[in-house]
Design a protein around this ligand. Structure first.
Ligand SMILES: Cc1cc2nc3c(=O)[nH]c(=O)nc-3n(C[C@H](O)[C@H](O)[C@H](O)COP(=O)(O)O)c2cc1C
Length: 333
């Protein structure tokens, strides 16, 4: 396949893995990159620049193909701005292929010098956005590409609740840099649809979570296969209002408790013990899906197996081609 994204990254298939805290580590990143798609190494998994540098080296031992690094630019006690700046510097020092920024723009959050720093190092910088306005800003300050994430996505969608179907063509018309479509992407049909909407490729999180190489507990794989598209909910609108975000997570006991605290006007001190990343880390390993906020998207309803990454990518590419050929029948071709 050949699109502006395969050209930008130097990859075979325009399919990228999104940042996933506790999941997108060297093993999964390399497995994805080795298929010709784009693996993701999520910097937030590490507590120091040295630990992150070691992870970049570990990924390179497992693959000689390009991979992208996610840096989530949101205020965090565990990951202060200085550490996020160091992650960015390590990416430039190590000349990783690309950096995926999620959250506040690099220029305003990390500093004006960071995008030029990446350009000097030959590192591409993408911004994951949830509005057309933010995509336009990203192009203006020098980002190389946009990931347009609709509110179907697992994780932290924008508060506007606009779907991928509407956002992708809108952003494609508003910017001239390449665009990845994200939010609800699960298979070759999604890839074909995204290309038809004008995207240059797709990014997925939830579908890659449901692969053998994500290494999560078997109980969670079962949950991913059983849950439907109606089994996630949008929450934390009050807590995240200042960032224009909210969370999409699996409906479970913890999220019911979160809703009650939010309804009662509870503050961060009451919410933090419920939504902490440490809880999620434990659940991915130990398997009780009721016990943490699990960021999972609506595409969970389209998951019915746990393939290897290689099986997933090869069937997606075949399916996308078949879908596009099938669509042409409408024109008598
Ligand atoms: C388990 C999981 C963890 C995630 N963690 C992060 C994260 O640390 N940073 C981030 O920017 N996005 C995170 N996301 C969001 C993904 O990068 C991506 O935007 C989203 O999964 C795409 O939508 P989809 O789930 O419909 O494929 C996470 C998603 C999942 C499923």
């Amino acid at each position: 396949m050949k699109t502006r994204i395969t050209d930008l990254f130097g990859i075979k298939y325009p399919i990228q893995c999104g940042g996933m805290l506790w999941i997108a580590k060297p093993e999964l990143a390399a497995a994805i990159s080795n298929t010709g798609a784009m693996g993701n190494l999520t910097s937030g998994n590490y507590n120091s620049a040295d630990a992150f540098r070691t992870a970049v080296d570990a990924t390179r031992k497992l693959t000689d193909k390009p991979f992208i690094v996610n840096i989530t630019t949101m205020p965090s006690i565990r990951l202060p701005i200085e550490l996020l700046q160091d992650f960015f510097r390590v990416c430039c020092e190590k000349k990783v292929t690309a950096i995926e920024i999620a959250g506040a723009p690099v220029d305003t959050f990390l500093g004006k010098e960071f995008i030029p720093m990446a350009k000097d190092a030959g590192v591409k910088v993408l911004h994951k956005v949830g509005t057309v306005k933010h995509a336009v800003h990203a192009e203006k300050v020098g980002y190389d590409a946009i990931t347009m994430a609709g509110f179907e996505e697992g994780g932290f969608p924008h508060k506007d609740n606009v779907s991928t179907m509407v956002l992708v063509p809108k952003v494609r018309e508003a910017v001239s840099i390449p665009v990845l479509a994200a939010g609800g992407m699960a298979d070759g049909k999604s890839l074909a649809a995204a290309l038809a909407l004008g995207a240059d490729g797709i990014m997925m999180g939830t579908r890659f979570l449901a692969t053998k190489e994500s290494g999560i507990h078997p109980n969670i794989y079962k949950v991913l296969m059983e849950k439907t598209e109606a089994d996630t909910s949008l929450q934390l609108q009050t807590l995240l209002a200042g960032f224009g975000l909210q969370v999409r997570a699996l409906r479970n006991e913890i999220m019911e408790r979160v809703a009650k605290v939010e309804e009662a006007g509870g503050d961060l001190s009451e919410l933090l013990p419920l939504i902490s990343g440490e809880r999620a880390k434990k659940v991915w390993k130990e398997g009780n899906a009721e016990e943490a906020m699990l960021t999972i998207g609506q595409s969970v309803g389209r998951i019915s197996d746990i393939p290897t990454v290689a099986e997933l990518i090869s069937r997606m590419v075949k399916e996308a081609e078949a879908s596009l050929k099938n669509s042409l029948k409408a024109f008598g071709e």
